[in-house]
Design a protein around this ligand. Structure first.
Ligand code: 5AD
Length: 346
């Protein structure tokens, strides 16, 4: 175990068998893996956990991903869309209480054309000096990403969802392809976005071999951010009866990604916190170093329902910031409201 961990910390890539072994560890070995990942993170970012303000701008989506509660064919979903003014107001409020990164996330909603998003980004960047804007608005054209970048957006999150072609096809309708996801992520990287990919742990039909492919994909792409959280079923989707992903496998994935990419910005996701009390803290102790509390207006939070029982209050929300600070401090870390760029950014 220790020898394998040292090998990876030394910069060598683990074999497929070694990755599978690390994914499967439990008990004492899991504790050693998580601890090693935590130490690697401490050596790069110290004791800081970066906080991002998450603004869920629209629950309209033209896609029909089988796992997602806001898929277009979910007639039960209550849809909402924030106006540009509302989005800017959320950011200004977040800025006033110290936030320096805003994540604008939404379904693929045709209302948010390049012109509309660029204008919102420009307004936030000019009224919140020194802030970073992260977009998470799905698949767009190369030209669209270029325009968003020129408007001042700094980062872009687009989970690849699965790097295994067969598995990807079981999670998505035919019109969504892994090829196009990879094209998008390549575009984002070349345009100079700090780029995030990622995947769910325990999504239906996932195998350890597919997770090995996810790890290989991450090694190759060298993303600045990686979002990993457990799959959680949503009652109005075809996967309503599938079991949720496992917390311990999620923690092992986080730790492996930290060992492979020491500088990566790695959130302890809302899904992890939603699935198990103390899940987010366990994520941090396994190598995560980002938390994204919800800054969206109260009346819409419930409607951005990607999976059942998604947390949007307490420590997952801006109102719970002092609670979040306490939770982070209780495990020996400090909450940082800085921009928290990837270390490769000058
Ligand atoms: N369980 C967990 N995560 C989900 N996501 C979407 N649906 C679910 C679900 N049922 C994740 C996807 C997406 C991100 C915004 O939320 O990975 O990229």
């Amino acid at each position: 175990m220790n020898k394998l961990i040292r090998k990876i910390i030394g910069g060598a890539s683990p074999t497929d068998e070694e990755v599978k072994h690390l994914l499967s560890v439990d008990g004492e070995d899991a504790a050693v893996l998580h601890q090693a990942a935590r130490e690697v993170c401490d050596s790069v970012y110290g004791k800081k956990v970066f906080i991002r303000g998450l603004i869920e701008i629209s629950s309209y989506c033209k896609n029909d991903c089988l796992y997602c509660g806001i898929r277009r064919s979910n007639r039960c979903a209550e849809r909402y869309r924030l106006t540009p003014d509302e989005i800017v107001e959320c950011a200004l409020y977040g800025y006033s209480i110290g936030f320096r990164t805003f994540v604008l996330q939404g379904g693929e909603d045709g209302y948010f054309t390049d012109a509309v998003v660029c204008r919102v980004v420009e307004r936030i960047k000019s009224s919140c000096e020194g802030c970073a804007v992260t977009l998470s608005l799905g698949e767009r054209s190369t030209d669209s990403y270029a325009q968003l970048r020129r408007s001042g957006a700094d980062r872009y999150l687009l989970r690849h969802e699965s790097a295994d072609f067969e598995h990807y096809a079981k999670l998505h309708p035919r019109e969504l392809t892994l090829e196009n996801r990879i094209r998008c992520l390549g575009d984002l990287k070349s345009l100079g976005f700090q780029t995030g990919c990622g995947f769910m742990v325990g999504s239906p039909h996932q195998t350890l071999d597919s997770i090995v492919k996810d790890i290989r994909f991450i090694e190759e792409l060298q993303p600045e951010m990686v979002g990993i959280g457990p799959f959680i079923p949503h009652r109005d989707t075809p996967f309503r009866d599938s079991p949720a992903g496992s917390v311990s496998l999620t923690l092992n994935c986080l730790a492996i990604v930290r060992l492979i990419l020491p500088k990566v910005l790695l959130p302890a996701t809302t899904a992890l916190g939603s699935l198990e009390g103390g899940g987010r803290e366990r994520g941090i102790l396994a190598g995560a170093n980002v938390v994204m509390p919800n800054l969206s207006p109260h009346d819409v939070r419930r409607k951005y329902s990607l999976y059942d029982n998604k947390l949007s209050t307490g420590v997952e929300s801006v109102e719970g910031l002092s609670e979040l600070r306490k939770a982070i401090e209780s495990i020996g870390y400090v909450m940082s409201l800085e921009r928290g760029d990837h270390l490769s950014v000058k």
